[in-house]
Write a protein that binds this ligand. Structure first.
Ligand code: ZN
Length: 375
């Protein structure tokens, strides 16, 4: 297995603002944990820094007009009607260098896709990517440039069939939008139900359009869904579809805001639950381009993505976190200094409530979408 880890410490140059939940610091924290575990010097893994994405590459999905707005706002220029494109206060702040930050994130995902497309590696991981909400002409959900879409477009250049699996707590709406009519890209998103959480979409009835009907799959979940509810629902939906679709490559969005301590969402997964899902999809894919995503409780982000990268390299990690990371993890609120979380204590009636909802969604997917794939 040949792999590549894409990382740049250029993230230090950028900041969404002191009160914004997306902390760039999470990237350095993740890198440090990977390094402490010896995962940045594996013999068969390359470690590469990305170059910023070219404007033309970004323009394959985003409008020129919107790109011009991002560049001007990033440089501190006044932009007439900027609100129309959605950068501004709240979710998508204007901060110095936001265009360069977006270019770097897009560049990393394009590099990961290129390495896999060229056969240089079988699996590549760019954990600063996965910004799945950005739309062609507007920013959304902390995302300015949709790097998963750009990576998929690059893989499509090879004529490959691409499966996209998004396990972020939020619906992967930008990616679904990009390929809604395309039968060569199967998008599957599992997430907290859209009537409880941003961006408000991602219901089972969103099945694709035209030739793409059946190739857009959504598994919405109830708040408090934990590993015990999530795993069987995932198993009932994702592996059969991936086997039927026979993708040449899998693009994975690995948001870990599904974690039970994440401050922005209400799902209840653990790090080990997340990692077990990553391992499961790795078994089902010949090639993988893995990206990061949401995650606002920083020690979870570092532990989950370190676990995911270890899984991509078939490395088993010690449970005790390396001593050199203890200080940062403790400062950021982690109480048990281990890779896995202590067992959860979800009340039984809450779990049943989440389980009943998940079962109904799974049944609806199997009834309406599986026949389209002859499953
Ligand atoms: Zn998210």
């Amino acid at each position: 297995m040949r792999t590549a880890l894409i990382y740049s410490d250029e993230w230090r140059r950028f900041d969404y603002g002191s009160e914004h939940p997306l902390r760039m610091e999470r990237l350095g924290l993740t890198w440090n944990l990977m390094e402490a575990y010896g995962l940045t010097t594996l013999p068969r893994a390359k470690v590469l820094a990305p170059a910023p994405a070219e404007l033309d590459a970004v323009a394959r999905f985003h409008s020129r007009e919107y790109i011009d707005v991002l560049r001007a706002a990033s440089a501190g220029d006044w932009v007439p009607h900027a609100a129309r494109y959605d950068p501004g206060p709240s979710h998508n702040p204007i901060f110095p260098g936001l265009w360069e930050a977006a270019q770097l994130s897009a560049g990393g995902s394009l590099l990961a896709a290129g390495l896999v497309a060229d056969g240089e590696v079988d699996r590549a991981f760019h954990f600063a990517g996965g910004l799945h909400h950005a739309m062609p002409d507007r920013a959304s959900g902390f995302c300015y440039v949709n790097d998963p879409v750009l990576a998929i477009l690059k893989l499509r250049e090879r004529g490959w069939r691409v499966a996209y699996v998004d396990i972020d707590a939020h619906h992967g709406d930008g990616v679904q939008f990009a390929f809604y009519g395309d039968p060569n890209v199967l998008t599957i998103s599992t997430h907290e139900r859209g009537d409880r959480l941003f961006p408000g979409t991602g219901f089972v009835v969103e099945k694709g359009e035209g030739d793409g009907v059946g190739f857009s799959v959504n598994l919405p979940l109830q708040p408090f869904t934990d590993d015990e509810v999530y795993r069987p629902a995932f198993e009932a939906v994702v592996p059969p579809l991936l086997r039927a679709f026979k993708a040449d490559v899998l693009v994975l969005q690995l948001g870990i805001d599904s974690h039970r301590t994440d401050p922005l969402t209400h799902l209840s997964l653990t790090v080990q639950g997340f990692t077990s899902v990553v391992k499961r999809v790795l078994e089902l894919a010949p090639r993988v381009v893995a990206l990061g995503g949401g995650g606002y409780d920083l020690p979870n982000v570092a532990r989950a993505w370190t676990g995911a990268w270890a899984a991509m390299n078939d490395v088993v990690l010690a449970e005790a976190l390396p001593r050199e990371c203890h200080k940062d993890m403790t400062r950021l609120g982690l109480r048990v200094l281990e890779l896995s979380d202590p067992p959860g204590e979800l009340p039984e009636d809450t779990r049943r409530w989440a389980e009943e909802y998940a079962c109904r969604q799974v049944a609806a997917i199997r009834e309406t979408l599986f026949p389209l794939h002859r499953i």
